[in-house]
Ligand binder design. Structure first.
Ligand code: NAD
Length: 482
């Protein structure tokens, strides 16, 4: 095993103040958002300490982090090298069950705070077709009791209400989840919710709060036993919240702030006028291929993405999917080289140090399919270009929902629509099943779901997956591109 190179922050931690709030302190934020902040403090200075919050769980883990002085390790690893960095930018932790429902809204109201970053997963935004879903129980319950909210959107709006009352000035709310135009999506949810609480509050937010969109990229799997062992080895002891990720990282941020902010550019982030081309590139080529590998790989018995990449059938398909079905749907700035991007992705997916489980990526498919696979398919239907592999990705999701791999393992389903999807998957298999899933409007936008060309291709792909098996179906789809 390669030697672990140790590194730690060099800034004076005692100068940090609670100026950044991160909501959704999971694996990704530890290795990306806060890793960038740590670097920004090292390279550009400042007093931007972070308070990290989890709204629904994880109080014990946060207390463990407090007990170890709020420092934790990020290990950047691939098959040739390992670097362990001690992160020092966390100055506080918050959890409503431990600290009370006022703790997070009160911090949002503090004049010291200038930025809120969020990684609350796609479902945390409570959206349906880009708008706040007021029928989502998390939202309807909070709207009944808006001063003591529990959802992320409810907590943000209550915090902003208190901030306006306190005269604490503007604030930036920065979504860092894999959603298309995530800033616009967050803004839509926050303003719709605020309008339902009080019209003037929605107006105040429009005038005082910025919602920059961001493209975030770093592969950070949930920590497994091998990762935990690595963290313990690097720390010389147990290290709560230690995490393992790939060496690569990228962050593209829309340059739109309503208050002071850390110098993320000094840490390597790109600040741009329009994030959309970068975000589409990443959502389609990286996340779209990930979902393809996750559903079809899990069905074929592959446990991790690296296992898929070691299988020549999957490796060939991933490259063809990226270059022949995803890249052609993109319009990127002149300095972005999509061939080189795909080549780098192939290498990143092959990193066997990560143990990125196909069943982890398979989670929340109903929230992910539209932007990852269906949007590029809609583009192909307009131009008439072929998309056999994308069709297999969608069919793979459908087959995955039935709960069993070709090698007989159980496939777990974790999805906000799990109840409905499992009910459909409990029924008869075959064409009736495909039709029933195509009728789930929260996943398949109606113009697409009604398009006969789309329906026929998905039916054919599903028949191939079930009839010839995943690997043969993939091989045949690749042959159509040759
Ligand atoms: P994780 O499971 O480790 O953490 C998820 C966090 O979201 C937790 O803090 C949890 O409390 C919070 N959360 C979950 N559901 C929520 C809800 N309904 N409301 C509020 N908070 C909620 O996952 P992670 O690896 O940190 O990934 C989180 C998100 O980050 C992803 O969904 C994705 O959008 C983005 N992301 C992750 C990666 C990655 O490689 N892990 C890469 C790019 C982007």
């Amino acid at each position: 095993m390669a030697e672990i190179v140790r590194e730690r922050y060099a800034y004076d931690r005692s100068k940090l103040k609670p100026r950044v709030l991160h909501i959704g302190f999971g694996a990704f934020s530890r290795a990306h958002t806060l890793r960038y902040l740590d670097d920004a403090l090292d390279t550009a200075g400042g007093d931007f300490g972070a308070v990290v919050a989890r709204l629904n769980s994880g109080a014990d883990e946060l207390s463990e982090l407090d007990a170890q002085g709020r420092e934790y390790l990020v290990i950047e690893a691939d098959d040739t090298a390992m670097r362990a960095r001690t992160i020092g930018c966390v100055v506080g932790t918050l959890n409503p069950q431990r600290d009370g429902v006022d703790a997070v809204p009160d911090l949002i109201a503090s004049a010291t705070l200038c930025l809120v970053t969020l990684t609350i997963t796609e479902k945390g935004y409570c959206l349906r077709n880009g708008q706040l879903d007021r029928s989502n129980p998390a939202i309807s319950v909070d709207l009944e009791n808006a001063r003591a909210p529990r959802s992320a959107i409810g907590v943000l709006v209550e915090g902003l209400r208190r901030r306006r009352e306190a005269g604490a000035g503007g604030l930036t709310l920065m979504a860092c989840d894999n959603l298309p135009e995530n800033g616009t999506a967050l803004r839509a949810a926050v303003i719709a919710y605020a309008g339902a609480v009080e019209n003037d509050l929605a107006d105040w937010i429009v005038g005082n709060v910025a919602f920059p969109s961001t493209m975030v990229d770093r592969i950070v799997p949930a920590l497994d036993a091998a990762g935990r062992e690595l963290v313990t080895k690097a720390a010389g002891d147990e290290n709560a919240m230690g995490i393992v990720c790939e060496p690569f990282r990228q962050w593209v941020i829309e340059n739109s702030f309503s208050a002071a902010h850390p110098d993320f550019a000094a840490a390597g982030a790109m600040l741009v006028e329009d994030v959309r081309p970068y975000e589409e590139m990443k959502l389609r080529m990286l996340n779209g291929s990930h979902s393809f590998l996750a559903y079809l790989g899990a069905l074929a018995g592959h446990e991790t993405v690296a296992d898929c990449m070691a299988d020549p059938v999957f490796g060939r398909a991933a490259q063809m999917l990226m270059l022949q079905e995803q890249a052609p749907t993109l319009s990127v700035p002149a300095d972005v080289d999509l061939d080189a991007y795909a080549k780098a992705l192939m290498q990143r997916f092959s990193n066997s140090r990560l143990g990125h489980r196909t069943q982890q990526i398979a989670m929340d498919g109903s929230q992910k399919l539209p932007q990852r696979l269906l949007a590029p398919i809609a583009a192909h239907l307009q131009t008439g270009a072929p998309w056999p592999l994308s069709a297999l990705g969608v069919a793979g999701w459908m087959a995955y929902l039935r709960g069993k791999s070709e090698t007989g393992e159980a496939l777990s389903l974790s999805d906000p629509l799990a109840g409905r999807l499992l009910e459909i998957a409990g029924g008869e298999d075959g064409a009736t099943y495909v039709d029933a899933l195509l009728g789930v409007e929260a996943v398949f936008p109606q113009p697409l779901a009604k398009d006969p060309r789309f329906r026929q291709a998905i039916h054919e792909a599903y028949r191939a997956v079930r009839g010839t098996g995943v690997r043969a179906a993939i091989g045949a789809a690749c042959d159509r591109h040759d």
